[in-house]
Design a protein around this ligand. Structure first.
Ligand SMILES: [Zn+2]
Length: 482
């Protein structure tokens, strides 16, 4: 007799005949860490738990996160930017808020909880200087994660900016390739150390920081080692107009062309953002050659609409990328790391850019949030619920303002829900979020300590700023102090 436990729900989004389908008043059978079956009728005498008026959906795959540093931008980097650098803040604003090791730990704890509570059972973690901490916390919290260490032609903790402006209008680039190859060795070591830990939930990935933060030889070396180790790659690319312009000046190539020539495109590569490509309105270079390279190589793009929209920009467009064959996925990148809000904005911006509601729909976005992310990671056992897949699933409460009334669960999730609509989260068949809470996770205490650490750091901002500006000069308060 098999040891299958059944969960009863009003709706279950199951995988059948190559697509997600809605099973009404059914059961999801779980055996250990695996989905055993879904059914309308319970086998006689089988044990089951009635979850009530809820919807069970596959766990979301969040394809771009920075847990250790995400909140150091909050309350500071909004509504600012240097017009000389296409309104960017990367070159002449105090970059690292120096929250230190404790700050990294606190942010990772809070951010991974935020991600998990919004139903992301898998996260691609773009490791910063504290990638081991991120892998450890994700593992302890019970989630699934792919973690990479930073590969950049500079120091490990990004205390020195590789690109900076000495005067607020020109740009200096200091690529230290020797340092870069040390980072590559460290990244390989991280993968060897963490890959397969926590019952296989934690895996390693190669994560070069960005096209312009590495030399072409470094990128080629990453490709060589990734192939040798049979590991995947993720990279920030084509995320800014200045990056596009600089790439043309340095190499005579667009960032997408540079990635194509250095092995940074392909079915095993996820490019974060990738919005500044030929044909985009901010770029005065017409044509679709970049989209052809991305789509032709079946590269994945991790679209993080909130962070990009906050800077006044967006992808042009979700539909177009899909039509060219790009594997579209969704990431939370910065804050809020509320995956439901991210899904909604991806849908809305996709419609606005193409000026039609038909440009992108709830199904496109739900697929991007589930099976497309799984495909990017080479995992046919994630992002869907059918016999043999991992028992990673999310339970949405339906008796609340966000979800009621419900006729179409997926539309409600994409257009109405927030992370507070998520009640429970299961990974590998284990309940890791119950009634919106993670066991042993003291949100208040962690938030209080992060406030303390951040206040200390804001007080020291002028020491990190090239022009000695304090935090209020860099980022004036929305409402000035009385
Ligand atoms: Zn990022």
């Amino acid at each position: 007799m098999k040891d299958i436990k059944y969960y009863k729900a009003k709706y279950i989004i199951v995988w059948s005949e190559g697509e997600h389908k809605t099973l009404e008043n059914g059961y999801l059978g779980v055996e250990g860490d695996t989905v055993a079956e879904f059914c309308r009728e319970l086998p006689e005498g089988a044990p089951y738990e009635d979850l009530g008026n809820v919807a069970i959906v596959p766990g979301f795959v969040n394809m771009h996160t920075h847990p250790c540093e995400v909140y150091s931008l909050k309350s500071y980097r909004e509504d600012i930017g240097n017009p000389n650098f296409y309104e960017g803040t990367l070159y002449d604003y105090a970059l690292v808020m120096s929250l230190g090791e404790r700050g990294a730990f606190l942010q990772a704890k809070l951010n991974l909880a935020e991600i998990l509570k919004s139903g992301c059972t898998t996260a691609l973690i773009y490791g910063g200087g504290y990638s081991r901490t991120e892998a450890e916390i994700a593992g302890q919290m019970g989630m699934r994660a792919y973690v990479g260490a930073p590969v950049r032609a500079g120091d490990r903790y990004e205390e020195q900016s590789i690109w900076y402006s000495p005067d607020g209008h020109s740009i200096v680039c200091e690529l230290d390739e020797k340092e870069g190859f040390d980072r590559i060795d460290e990244a390989e070591q991280l993968i060897r150390d963490i890959d397969g830990t926590f019952d296989g939930r934690i895996r390693g990935i190669w994560a070069p920081t960005q096209t312009m933060y590495c030399t072409p030889d470094m990128l080629k070396e990453v490709r060589r080692r990734a192939d040798k180790m049979d590991k995947r790659i993720t990279i920030h690319g084509a995320e800014g107009a200045l990056e596009f312009e600089t790439c043309i000046r340095m190499y005579g190539k667009t960032p997408v062309e540079l990635m194509a020539d250095t092995g940074m495109l392909g079915e095993d590569v996820t490019v974060a953002h990738c919005l500044n490509i030929t044909g985009q309105s901010e770029i005065n270079m017409a044509g679709d050659k970049d989209l052809k390279l991305l789509g032709g190589s079946r590269t994945t793009v991790a679209h993080c609409p909130i962070a990009i929209a906050r800077g006044g920009n967006t992808l042009q467009s979700f539909r177009k990328y899909q039509e060219y064959g790009v594997n579209m996925t969704i990431g939370t990148d910065t804050f809020p790391s509320d995956f439901e809000q991210e899904m909604r904005l991806a849908a809305i911006m996709g419609k606005i850019v193409d000026r039609t509601t038909f440009a992108v729909n709830a199904k496109d976005i739900f697929n991007a949030a589930t099976i497309n992310g799984a495909r990017a990671l080479g995992r046919s056992d994630l992002g869907r619920l059918e016999k043999g897949t991992k028992a990673d699933f999310v339970v949405f409460e339906l008796d609340n303002i966000e979800m009621s009334p419900v006729r179409d669960v997926v539309k409600n999730i994409v257009y109405s829900s927030t992370r507070h609509s998520v009640r429970d989260v299961y990974v590998d068949g284990k309940c890791v979020v119950k009634d919106g809470k993670i066991e042993g996770f003291d949100e208040k205490e962690l938030a209080r300590e992060l406030q303390e650490v951040s206040e200390g750091s804001w007080g020291r901002t002028s020491q990190h700023d090239r022009f000695g500006r304090n935090v209020d000069e860099l980022s004036p308060l929305a409402c000035p102090k009385l």
